[in-house]
Design a protein around this ligand. Sequence first.
Ligand SMILES: [Zn+2]
Length: 82
Amino acid sequence: MTCPHCGGLLKKDTINNVTPRAGQFIVIYGVPCCKCVDCGTVLYRGHVMQKLEKMVDDTPKAAGKVVMLGYPDSDMEVYNGH
Ligand SMILES: [Zn+2]
């Protein structure tokens, strides 16, 4: 798999994903992704994307301005198994 922007090599990595939502920031640590070694473009797999959306959806609006979450290890194992 190569980068859709520059054609560079994509490597497995983990990043911290920040999602702004209505004055709130939801930070999710250790999200598995593929990152381009040349331009730094980050791509998520479909199931990772869905999980992130669900984690954001599940966060109550009253949880605070900045909410810190860890990406679940169980999903990480699925990712590493591929
Ligand atoms: Zn690239």
